[in-house]
Design a protein around this ligand. Structure first.
Ligand SMILES: Cc1cc2nc3c(=O)[nH]c(=O)nc-3n(C[C@H](O)[C@H](O)[C@H](O)COP(=O)(O)OP(=O)(O)OC[C@H]3O[C@@H](n4cnc5c(N)ncnc54)[C@H](O)[C@@H]3O)c2cc1C
Ligand code: SF4
Length: 536
C-alpha cells in the first residue's frame, strides 16, 4: 500500500504469517461476509483477499464520491473481516486485479462470479489457467432460469412476466395464487406530485472516521481531476453506517410509493432510499433489504413499488448476463465516434475504454453536450439535475429517466456517450446496471428489446412532476423548446415507430401538426443541437 494509507495500515493486523485453508478474493462490489461460500466454517479457515487497483480506479473518470464510497468501504470491510476472525490480505496495486493476484504466491485462489463484464473479461485468463476458481455469487434474489423460462434468451424481454414469476415462485405479496390487493402492480397509485407535504426528510449524514478522512485525502490527491467532490459525511462507509442508512430508508418507506415519480428542488431525494450504492457493492444484501421492506409497516403501493424496483434490478442483471453486456444483441449498431464522458478540462480521456460498436437503434450520433458536465444549457430542469449529480453522484430514478435520458434522446445524443457519462457520473453505476438502464430504458438504443416505446416527454410532464419550470427562462405552456424537441423527435424517427401500437397516438398527433409548426420543431432541433452538441 502506498501513501494515503498510513491510518488504515496502522489499524490492519499483519496477517502475513496466516495459513488459512483457502484464500477467497472478494471484489470491490462483494463486500459482505454472507457471500463467503464457507461461511458456516470457522472464520480462520478462509482468508479474504481485497485489492485496491489504481488501474480500475483510472479506467473511467469516476465521480470522486464513488471512488470514496468504494475505497472507504473496502478498507472498513477488511478491518471488520479481521475482527470476525478472517485473515486478510489487502493489496494496493497500480496495476489490475489479474496481475495483483498472479503476484501472490498462492497456487489456487477462490472468487465469486464478477458482476461486471469488464472484470469478468479481465479475469478470464486466470479462470482458464485455473489459478482462480469461480463460485456462484449468492448476492442475487433470482436464478437465471426464472428469467430464461419466462422470457427466453432473445429479445424482446419484458420485466412484467419475470416479476410475476418472482412473486409466484416466492409467495411474496401473494395471497395463495393471487397477488395481494388483486393486482401485481400498484404503479398507477405512485405518480403523485409533491408540493412540500408530507415533509421530506433531510439528507442522512454519517460520522466521518479517521479512515474516511484518509480516503478523502487520497481521492483528492490521486484523482484530483475527476468530476465532483468527495464528502464522506454523506455516505455510509462501514457496516454500522450501512445499517443506519437502511433504518433511514425504512423510516421513509411509507411515503416512497406515492411520491416515487416526483422531482423537487426543495428535496433532491424525497422519500427514495438512496440504498442502490450500498446494495450494488453488497454492503447491504438484496435479501436483507427485501426482508426489511416486507417487515416494515407501509401501504401496499409503497411496499409493492419498492419490491418491484428490487426485481427490476435483478431483471437488468439477467438481461446483461444473457446478452453478454449487449454484445450478443442484434440491433442497429454504429461505429463509435469518441467524445465519451471526458471530464472537460480533465484531460484523462485516454484511459477510457473504447468499444468498437454499440447498439444504436435510432442511429443517434450527436455529441454529449458539455451541459452534462455542468456547463449552462439554459434548460433549468437539465441544469438543476446535472448540478445535483455533479455535487452528489446521485439523483433518483425520474430525473435520470425523464430529464437526463429524455433530453439526451430528444437531442439525438449518441447513446454510448450518454452511457459513458452515466457510468462516470453516478455513485451506483456498474456496467451490468447502468448499460441496460441507459441503453434499454433511458434511450431507445436497444429498440424494443427491453421497452415497448421510448421514454420521452415534452415540457408538460416535467412541469407536472417537478418545480423546475418555475425558475426557468422558458414557459412550459408557451415557449419551452423541450416540447418542440419532443415533436421533432417523433417526426424525425417516425419510420422506426411504424407498427408500434404504443406509439400510435403520438405518431397520429405528430401528423396533425401543421407544416409551420413542424418547420418550427425542426428549426428548434437544429438550433439546440448546434448550440449544445456541436459547439466546442
Ligand atoms: C437512465 C438510468 C440510469 C440508471 N443507472 C443506474 C445505475 O447506474 N445504477 C443503479 O443502481 N441504478 C440505476 N438506475 C436505476 C435507478 O434510477 C436507481 O437504482 C435509483 O435511482 C437509485 O436510487 P435509490 O437508491 O434511492 O433507489 P430507490 O428509488 O429507493 O429504489 C429502491 C431500490 O431499487 C433498485 N432500483 C430501482 N430502479 C432500478 C432500476 N431501474 N435498475 C436497477 N435497480 C433499480 C435500487 O437498487 C434501489 O436500491 C438508472 C435508471 C435510469 C433511468
Ligand atoms: S420550462 Fe422547459 S426547459 Fe424550463 S425547466 Fe421546464 S421543461 Fe425544462
Amino acid at each position: 500500500m502506498g501513501s494515503g494509507s498510513s491510518v488504515f495500515i496502522s489499524m490492519l493486523r499483519d496477517d502475513t504469517a496466516a495459513r488459512p485453508k483457502r484464500w477467497l478474493c472478494l471484489l470491490y462490489d462483494q463486500l459482505n461476509l454472507d457471500l463467503n461460500p464457507w461461511k458456516d466454517e470457522p472464520p480462520e479457515s478462509t482468508g479474504i483477499i481485497l485489492i485496491e487497483s489504481l488501474s480500475k480506479g483510472k479506467s473511467r473518470p469516476y465521480h470522486k464520491q464513488k471512488l470514496g464510497l468504494i475505497l472507504a468501504n473496502m478498507r472498513s470491510f477488511a478491518l471488520e473481516s479481521q475482527s470476525k476472525g478472517h485473515p486478510v490480505k489487502y493489496i494496493g496495486t497500480n496495476s489490475n486485479y489479474s496481475e495483483a493476484l498472479l503476484k501472490l504466491n498462492i497456487p489456487l485462489i477462490h472468487c465469486l462470479k464478477p458482476a461486471e463484464l469488464s472484470t469478468r473479461k479481465e479475469l478470464q485468463p486466470l479462470f482458464e489457467s485455473e489459478k482462480l476458481q469461480q463460485h456462484p455469487h449468492t448476492g442475487w434474489l433470482t436464478p437465471k432460469n426464472w428469467f430464461v423460462e419466462e422470457l427466453g434468451i432473445n429479445p424482446p424481454f419484458r420485466m412484467d412476466k419475470f416479476y410475476r414469476r418472482f412473486r409466484k415462485e416466492t409467495g411474496i405479496l401473494m395471497d395463495g395464487k393471487a397477488p395481494v390487493g388483486g393486482k401485481y402492480s400498484f404503479d398507477s397509485e405512485n405518480r403523485m406530485t409533491w408540493k412540500g407535504q408530507p415533509t421530506a426528510p433531510e439528507e442522512p449524514t454519517f460520522e466521518v472516521t479517521d479512515l474516511d478522512r484518509e480516503v478523502e485525502e487520497l481521492v483528492n490527491t490521486v484523482f484530483s481531476d475527476n468530476p465532483g467532490k468527495i464528502d464522506l459525511s454523506k455516505i455510509p462507509t462501514n457496516h454500522s453506517q450501512a445499517l443506519e442508512a437502511l433504518d433511514f430508508a425504512m423510516l421513509h418507506l411509507p411515503n416512497f410509493g406515492p411520491y416515487e415519480d416526483a422531482m423537487s428542488t426543495q428535496s433532491k431525494g424525497l422519500f427514495h432510499s438512496r440504498l442502490a450504492s450500498l446494495v450494488n457493492i453488497h454492503r447491504i444484501m438484496p435479501a436483507n433489504l427485501l426482508e426489511s421492506v416486507l417487515r416494515t409497516p407501509a401501504p401496499m403501493n409503497s411496499t409493492e413499488g419498492f419490491v418491484r424496483q428490487l426485481i427490476w434490478r435483478e431483471y437488468v442483471k439477467h438481461v446483461h448476463d444473457i446478452t453478454d453486456g449487449f454484445e450478443d444483441i442484434s440491433v442497429n449498431r454504429t461505429l463509435t465516434k469518441v467524445r465519451d464522458a471526458m471530464w472537460y478540462g480533465g484531460g484523462i480521456s485516454e484511459n477510457l475504454p473504447r468499444e468498437n460498436k454499440h447498439p444504436n437503434h435510432l442511429t443517434q450520433e450527436n455529441n454529449l453536450p458539455m451541459a452534462y458536465w455542468n456547463a449552462d444549457s439554459g434548460f433549468n430542469c437539465l441544469d438543476t439535475v446535472v448540478g445535483s449529480v455533479i455535487e452528489d453522484g446521485w439523483t433518483h430514478h425520474i430525473p435520470r429517466l425523464m430529464v437526463l435520458g429524455n433530453i439526451a434522446s430528444l437531442l439525438d445524443v449518441n447513446p454510448r456517450q450518454l452511457t459513458d457519462w452515466f457510468h462516470a457520473a453516478f455513485i451506483d453505476a456498474y456496467d451490468w446496471v447502468v448499460e441496460p438502464n441507459v441503453l434499454g430504458m433511458g434511450t431507445f438504443a436497444l429498440g424494443e428489446s427491453m421497452m415497448t416505446k421510448p421514454y420521452i416527454s415534452g415540457a408538460a410532464y416535467i412541469n407536472r412532476m417537478s418545480d423546475y419550470c418555475k425558475e426557468c427562462q422558458f414557459d412550459p405552456k408557451k415557449n419551452c423548446p423541450i416540447t418542440n424537441l419532443y415533436w421533432d423527435f417523433i417526426s424525425r424517427h417516425s419510420e422506426s415507430f411504424n407498427g408500434n401500437h404504443r406509439m400510435a397516438i403520438p405518431l397520429r398527433n405528430s401528423l396533425r401538426r401543421d407544416e409551420e409548426m413542424k418547420n418550427f420543431d425542426r428549426q428548434t432541433f437544429e438550433a439546440w443541437t448546434q448550440r449544445l452538441c456541436k459547439s466546442p
